[in-house]
Design a protein around this ligand. Structure first.
Ligand SMILES: C[S@@+](CC[C@H](N)C(=O)[O-])C[C@H]1O[C@@H](n2cnc3c(N)ncnc32)[C@H](O)[C@@H]1O
Length: 254
């Protein structure tokens, strides 16, 4: 896939089904994801009234760590709670306390349109928690060389959907650098004026790379993975060089 290229939306579901098979045969990948989900869980604000909802849940594995999270996706797969489209959510105004997007932000072609829908459903003081690729030097190299989706650090961001856009028209879009550009590099701070950016944490994640993700081979066994994890903690001190993951927390300002 090249930057700007568009595929039919069904490509997501093809990947979800393939990922489920990889999930079953890759215990280390499951362990690393559990760590990611625990990190997300640590950022939930449970003092806010409303539902905890994940958008774009794919396989729905977040429930293993956050059992009361409502899992949703564009596709009504039987293991998910609800079908939801980021551009038009079925939730009433102010009813979601925490909205989680794990590896979903970089699939949103129209980030401002999605953000305004998120703002509608989030309760006062509620949060959007985004976990997405971070494009540091290492991130650019590894995602650029080994992942099929474009990094897209230079293509113009199409913030708003055109007036005639209907949520059902969404296509398969990918720009892995989207969260880095918007939240970490702050290319357009005025677009976040309605939010408090409470946290932007870039993290090294050689541990994740070593799993080979859903399509590549795993490098090393459990012992080596403990080493990768330790290394990640150290290398996270140099995010511009080594970050591979970005944790972002937005809170809804009054
Ligand atoms: C890379 S997968 C991530 C799946 C899961 N969160 C995980 O980390 O394993 C991206 C997911 O986002 C979903 N998605 C893409 N565009 C979406 C949209 N407009 N609204 C809701 N979900 C969307 C896809 O169907 C897919 O399941």
């Amino acid at each position: 896939m090249n930057a700007g290229e568009s595929l039919p939306i069904g490509q997501h579901d093809i990947e979800i089904q393939g990922n489920r098979q990889a999930w079953e045969r890759k215990p280390q990948l499951r362990a690393v994801y559990r760590g990611f989900h625990e990190l997300i869980a640590s950022r939930l604000d449970r003092s806010v009234k409303g539902q905890i909802v994940e958008l774009g849940s794919g396989m729905g594995s977040i429930k293993e760590v956050i059992p009361d999270c409502v899992t949703t996706d564009l596709f009504p797969n039987p293991w998910l709670d609800r079908q939801e489209n980021a551009y038009r959510l079925s939730y009433a105004d102010g009813t979601v306390s925490n909205l989680i997007l794990f590896d979903v932000w970089h699939h949103l072609r129209y980030p401002a349109t999605a953000l305004s829908e998120f703002r509608r459903v989030i309760a006062p003081g509620g949060r959007v928690i985004i976990f997405d690729p971070a494009v540091s030097l290492t991130g650019r190299l590894i995602y650029g060389l080994f992942h099929h989706e474009p990094v897209g650090m230079r293509q113009p961001v199409t913030w708003e959907a055109p007036p005639a856009f209907k949520p059902g028209d969404a296509d398969y879009f990918a720009a892995q650098g989207a969260a880095t550009r918007i939240f970490w590099r702050r290319e357009a701070p005025e677009r976040l004026a309605d939010w408090k950016v409470a946290e932007v944490t870039p993290l090294a994640s050689f541990e994740y790379f070593a799993t080979g993700g859903f399509s590549g081979p795993q490098i090393g066994g459990p012992r080596l993975f403990r080493l990768w994890r330790g290394l990640d903690r150290t290398l996270s001190h140099w995010p511009n060089l080594f970050a591979a993951r970005l944790l972002v927390v937005l809170t809804k300002t009054p």
